[in-house]
Design a protein around this ligand. Structure first.
Ligand SMILES: Nc1ncnc2c1ncn2[C@@H]1O[C@H](COP(=O)(O)OP(=O)(O)O)[C@@H](O)[C@H]1O
Ligand SMILES: O=C(CO)[C@@H](O)[C@H](O)COP(=O)(O)O
Length: 476
C-alpha cells in the first residue's frame, strides 16, 4: 500500500473570484481545484468572500484532508471591524477611487502643505506615496465621509487577513494576523523597518487609532482551520503569492494581467520612489517586491471584446490581423480611472480614427497595444529604481491571450516567458502552507511550471505614439 500523501491548500481571494487549489505538500503536484465568483463592484460585503471561499472549497472537493492552508488575496482593501468583530461597512477595494482626494490630502499634510515635501516624507516613512488604492487613503475617506463608521471601527484589516481570521478556530480579540507582503500595501507599515507607523494610521483616521493585525513571519503558523486540525499560514498579498509560486528571484520581473495590471520584481533591498510610480512593497519570504500597478488590465480586453461583440479568442485573432501600431489608432485604457499614472478621474479614449482604421481589427489591436504600453511603462519605472531585469514572466487571466503573448515582446522590447496556464496566486499560497507545515528554513522545492518563450523585434514606435496620445488624456 502506498503511504497517504500530505496535502495543502492555497486560496486566491481575488477581485473577481475565489480560487482554491489543493496540492501535494512535498512535490507541489496539483491534486484538485475549484473556484467561485465574487460580486462585481469596488465596494463589497466581505461576507461574500467567505461564501465564495466555501463554494470554491466545495468545488475543489472539500478541505477535510488538507494539513495546511494559506490565503493570498487582493491587496489594500479596507475591512473595518467593530468591537464585536462585525464588519462596519462594505469593504472598499483597491480599485475604488473615491479616496483619491484623501490620498492628496495625506501627502500635503505630511509635507506641511508642500506636496514635494509630503511625497518625500511618505516615501521615507513607508516606501510609497499615497494613491486612492492604499488602505490609508481609504481610511481617511472614511474618517471624513462617514465619521460615525470611523468611530465604530475598532480594528482594520485587509481582505486576506479577514478571511484567514474568519476561517480560524480562534477569533478572540487580538487574533487578527497579516504578513509583510500585505501589510506593506497599507501605507502605515514600512517594509524597510518592518514596523507599523501607527502615527500615519492615526493621521489617516484623524486621531483614531484602531487595532491592526499582528505581522507574522513568512512561515509562521498563525492558527488552525476551524473544525479541523489543519494549520493556517499567514497568507499574503496576491502579487507576493504569485512571486512565491514562481520561485521568483532577483532579476525576475513578473507582469500580471488580471483585474489589475502589475509589474513586480523580487529585490533584496527596499525601494522608496518619491514619484510614487513604484511602490516599495515586501514579498512573502523576507525580501522586497517593488511594484507598479494599473487599474486597467484584463478588463480592457473584456471591454474591447464586448464593444466588438466577439469572444476573447476572436479578439485575439482580430488584433493579430492588424498591422503594428494599428496604423495610428491608439486606445488609452483608463476605463476605471487610473492609478499609474495617477489619474483617478480619467476615462478611456480612442485616438486616430480614420476611415482606414475604423475596423474591428484595428480596434482590437489598439486595445491590446494600449494595455501593453501601460505595462511597458511599469517595467521602465521598475528598472529606473535600479532593479535588474533578466527575465519577464507573464501571468494572470489575460496572459492566456495569444495576441498578448505575441505582441508583448515587441512592446516591452524584451523576450517574454509565459508559464503554463495556472492559478499562480493560489499556488503561491499553497506553497506557503507547505512551508509552514514543514517548519523548514526555506519553502519546499516544488517543480516549476513549464515556460513558453515569446520573442519578436522591438516596436518602439508603438510606445512613442501611445505616449503622445496618453499625454493628452488627463481625465480632468
Ligand atoms: N484568453 C483570455 N484573453 C483575455 N482575457 C482573458 C482570457 N482569459 C481570461 N481573461 C480575463 O482575465 C480576467 C481574470 O483574470 P484573473 O487573473 O483571474 O483576475 P483576478 O485575479 O483579478 O480575479 C477576466 O477579466 C477575464 O475575462
Ligand atoms: O492593487 C493591487 C496591487 O497593488 C492589485 O494587484 C490587487 O492586489 C488586485 O489584484 P487582482 O485582483 O488583479 O489579482
Amino acid at each position: 500500500m502506498t503511504p497517504a500523501r500530505t496535502l495543502v491548500a492555497g486560496v486566491d481571494t481575488s477581485t473577481q473570484a475565489c480560487k482554491v487549489v489543493v496540492r501535494d505538500a512535498e512535490t507541489g503536484a496539483p491534486v484538485r481545484s475549484g473556484r467561485a465568483p465574487h460580486p462585481a463592484g469596488t465596494e463589497v460585503d466581505p461576507r461574500a468572500w467567505e461564501a465564495a471561499f466555501t463554494a470554491a472549497a466545495d468545488a475543489a472537493g472539500g478541505l477535510a484532508d488538507v494539513a495546511a492552508l494559506s490565503i493570498g488575496g487582493q491587496q489594500h482593501g479596507m475591512v473595518c471591524l467593530d468591537d464585536d468583530g462585525t464588519v462596519v461597512r462594505d469593504a472598499l477595494l483597491w480599485n475604488d477611487v473615491r479616496s483619491a482626494g484623501a490620498a492628496s490630502d495625506l501627502i500635503a499634510e505630511l509635507g506641511d502643505g508642500d506636496e514635494a515635501t509630503g511625497r518625500q516624507a511618505w516615501a521615507d516613512a513607508v516606501g510609497l506615496v499615497p494613491v486612492a488604492s492604499f488602505t490609508a487613503a481609504k481610511l481617511r475617506w472614511l474618517a471624513d465621509a462617514e465619521p460615525g463608521n470611523a468611530d465604530r471601527t475598532a480594528a482594520v484589516c485587509l481582505p486576506h487577513d479577514w478571511l484567514t481570521w474568519r476561517l480560524s478556530a480562534e477569533r478572540g480579540p487580538g487574533t487578527l494576523v497579516t504578513d509583510r507582503g500585505d501589510a506593506s500595501g497599507t501605507a502605515y507599515w514600512s517594509a524597510r523597518s518592518g514596523e507599523y507607523r501607527l502615527d500615519l494610521l492615526e493621521l489617516a483616521m484623524r486621531g483614531r487609532r484602531p487595532a491592526v493585525p499582528r505581522v507574522a513571519g513568512p512561515a509562521e503558523q498563525v492558527g488552525v482551520l476551524a473544525g479541523t486540525s489543519a494549520v493556517l499560514g499567514p497568507g499574503t498579498g496576491d502579487n507576493a503569492a504569485a512571486a512565491l509560486a514562481l520561485a521568483a528571484r532577483p532579476g525576475d520581473v513578473i507582469v500580471s494581467i488580471g483585474t489589475s495590471g502589475v509589474v513586480s520584481a523580487v529585490s533584496t533591498t527596499a525601494v522608496a520612489d518619491v514619484t510614487g510610480t513604484v511602490a516599495g512593497f515586501a514579498d512573502a519570504t523576507g525580501n522586497h517586491l517593488p511594484l507598479v500597478a494599473t487599474l486597467n488590465a484584463a478588463r480592457v480586453l473584456d471591454a474591447a471584446a464586448t464593444m466588438l461583440g466577439v469572444d476573447h479568442a476572436r479578439l485575439s485573432d482580430l488584433a493579430l490581423s492588424a498591422p503594428p501600431g494599428a496604423e495610428g489608432l491608439v486606445l488609452v485604457p483608463y476605463l476605471e480611472g487610473e492609478r499609474t499614472p495617477n489619474l483617478p478621474r480619467a476615462t478611456g479614449a480612442v485616438h486616430g480614427l480614420t476611415l482606414r482604421t475604423a475596423t474591428p481589427a484595428h480596434l482590437a489591436r489598439a486595445a491590446v497595444e494600449g494595455l501593453l504600453c501601460g505595462l511597458a511603462d511599469g517595467i521602465e519605472a521598475v528598472v529606473a529604481q535600479g532593479v535588474a531585469v533578466d527575465r519577464v514572466l507573464l501571468i494572470g487571466g489575460a496572459a492566456g491571450s495569444p495576441a498578448v503573448q505575441q505582441l508583448a515582446p515587441g512592446i516591452f522590447g524584451r523576450p517574454v516567458l509565459v508559464p503554463s496556464p495556472g492559478e499562480y496566486v493560489a499556488d503561491g499560497a499553497a506553497r506557503q502552507a507547505a512551508w509552514v507545515l514543514s517548519g523548514a528554513a526555506a519553502p519546499p522545492e516544488w517543480a516549476l511550471p513549464g515556460l513558453q518563450r515569446f520573442e519578436s523585434a522591438p516596436t518602439p514606435g508603438v510606445r512613442e505614439r501611445y505616449a503622445q496620445v496618453r499625454g493628452r488624456t488627463d481625465g480632468q
